[in-house]
Design a protein around this ligand. Structure first.
Ligand code: FAD
Length: 518
């Protein structure tokens, strides 16, 4: 007999993992072995536009996990399975072969995953396996925070007010750290029935998702795998200053142990978070999206830095502002879980489902390649293409540019982001895109359209960001850098702007005023 913990792509850690901790406890209690199962479904990766960078990151983290589990004598069984619609059958047949009595897993809130889990639930019960599902992804699980009339919030600020109040009211429950699996009691001996499972080889890549060797080298350097690394990145965010040398594709842990408690990145976060010309944010998103670090750990760390017993989410302090971003993460997951249409390609604002989008392959290609002739947009897209990541302000600028200036369908941008991002997360990505397209919950009003040149001067005041990613412009300074005159651009071999902002702005407003007609 055995207990199985089914690890998913979003909970890749053994520290502070609710389902794994509960599975281990059960194994100890029942005096039977614990097996960790990881199932890879290449068709799901394809259907969900998962990036090569994200898959590579998952496999690298899995390899760290295998080693840690090995140290605890817990086998990690990995399997790749196709077709995707038979995943539930495959899981249940594996459970049977493991003589599993109980299955433990953390909930994935996306529609496809929920449907899959419901099938597993029904099938496993038929086979006499008891399934146990846990909320682990968010600090406050989806569904708990409601409006006065019992509905899900579609506006962030009242949601966030309740989020902080609930959290502080039951802080020990929400932030409780789950213990790591018990090495002594739940371990199985290598010579026991399931011991040889420890030897299943881990895949190094997934067919159809292989990264070029040079890209992989960059990813390994910029986004090293493992919970210890994530912990170190968090700790440096709390304790070290921002550096512009971090802008390029450098190792985030390589230099700068410079400690300055007064000016650490988190303490400067309220003022500096929108500056793309320095590494002012935590860069923890790949680790949070893959579950390499728990959001509870992030909050606990801010509390101990502040020396407080309550969580601060005030707008004026760096710590509070950063905590608010973690609340945004919960908010968008809550939206996804409560309004499943947003994960099925529908806009949250149904009335904007029929905006007549432009069809322009050239514009789309220029946007993707970072060749629009608008330096801040090009720098941001090139950052995405090289690092698999983009600064938040830049994500907003390029998304607004695609949906309003180019008037291209937001789904195209959402998909391209998922295909490139190492932190690709359906809830946050969809939330960000629908915000920019003015179709989502709590969206940017359609008439408030970013001017990319003004945004550029604000988000990249020194110009370092543009110069790092658009080397053609490396000798320009000041306004010329943000909006190069035609003659200068021509001389430097930099494209002229593909649209004139003032003109296309009006077109977008007209189109949104009369969706489907204009
Ligand atoms: P920090 O500023 O240090 O924030 C800490 C953490 O809070 C982040 O790691 C992230 O987990 C969370 N967070 C921060 N901002 C947001 C936000 N606006 N919404 C939800 N969570 C947030 N984030 C993703 O994790 N995956 C995505 O696929 C994604 N796609 C986006 C698409 C668009 C169009 C936009 C505008 C935003 C998107 N975001 C996404 C949110 C945000 O841009 C990133 O989380 C952030 O840039 C990550 O950098 P960081 O870790 O340094 O963030």
């Amino acid at each position: 007999k055995s207990i199985v913990y089914w690890m998913r792509m979003g909970d890749l850690r053994i520290v502070d993992n609710r389902a794994l901790a509960a599975a281990s406890k059960q194994a100890v209690q029942d005096k039977i072995p614990l097996i960790v199962l990881f199932l890879l479904s290449p068709q799901d990766c394809l259907a969900h536009d998962m990036s090569k960078q994200r898959i590579d990151f998952v496999l690298r983290n899995l390899s760290e996990i295998k080693e840690s589990l090995g140290g605890l004598n817990i086998p990690l069984f990995t399997v790749s399975h196709t077709p995707r619609h038979t995943v539930p059958l495959k899981v249940v047949s594996l459970l049977e072969s493991f003589q599993c009595t109980r299955l433990f897993a953390n909930i994935e809130y996306e529609v496809d995953e929920l449907r899959r889990d419901l099938k597993v639930l029904a099938l496993s019960k038929e086979k006499g396996v008891r399934p146990h599902y846990f909320h682990d992804r968010c600090i406050i699980e989806p569904g708990l925070i409601k409006t006065k009339d019992g509905r899900a919030h579609a506006v962030y600020s009242p949601y966030q007010k309740k989020w902080i109040a609930m959290l502080n009211e039951s802080i020990d429950t929400y932030l409780e750290e789950s213990p790591i699996p018990d090495a002594n009691s739940s371990s199985i001996r290598q010579d026991s029935t399931f011991g040889p499972l420890c030897n299943t080889p881990l895949p190094h890549s997934v067919e159809g998702f292989e990264l070029d060797p040079a890209d992989r080298e960059t990813m390994v350097k910029v986004w090293p795998a493992g919970s210890a690394v994530a912990q170190e990145i968090l700790s440096r965010f709390l304790k070290t200053k921002a550096r512009s040398s971090q802008l390029g594709t450098t190792d985030p842990l390589a230099d700068g142990a410079e400690i300055s408690n007064k000016k650490s990145r988190i303490l400067m976060y309220a003022e500096k978070r929108d500056s793309g010309n320095q590494d002012t944010t935590s860069r923890l998103s790949p680790y949070l999206a893959a579950g390499v670090i728990s959001p509870r750990e992030c909050i606990r760390a801010t509390m101990s830095l502040a020396g407080l017993k309550k969580v601060d989410a005030g707008r004026t302090t760096g710590i509070g502002r950063w905590v608010q971003e973690l609340a945004w993460r919960d908010f968008y997951t809550n939206v996804l879980a409560n309004f499943p249409r947003v994960s099925m390609g529908r806009p949250y604002q149904e009335k904007l489902a029929n905006v007549r989008w432009e069809v322009n392959e050239e514009h789309l290609a220029a946007w993707k390649q970072g060749k629009t002739g608008i330096p801040i947009v090009d720098a941001a897209m090139r950052q995405l293409n090289t690092m698999g990541w983009m600064h938040n302000r830049m994500r907003m600028i390029v998304a607004m540019f695609l949906t309003k200036d180019l008037l291209l369908d937001w789904h195209l941008g959402e998909q391209y982001f998922m295909e490139q991002l190492i932190d690709g997360d359906l809830a946050s990505n969809n939330g960000g895109w629908q915000w920019s397209a003015s179709t989502g919950v709590d969206p940017a009003p359609y008439f408030r359209i970013f001017n990319p040149y003004t945004q550029s001067a604000k988000a990249d005041p020194t110009g370092d960001y543009i110069r790092t990613y658009v080397p053609e412009l490396k000798n320009l300074r000041g306004p010329e850098l943000h909006n190069p005159p035609m003659k200068v651009a021509d001389k430097l071999g930099y494209p002229r702007p593909i649209v004139v902002h003032a003109e296309v702005r009006e077109r977008a407003i007209r189109r949104y005023q009369n969706p489907g007609q204009e």
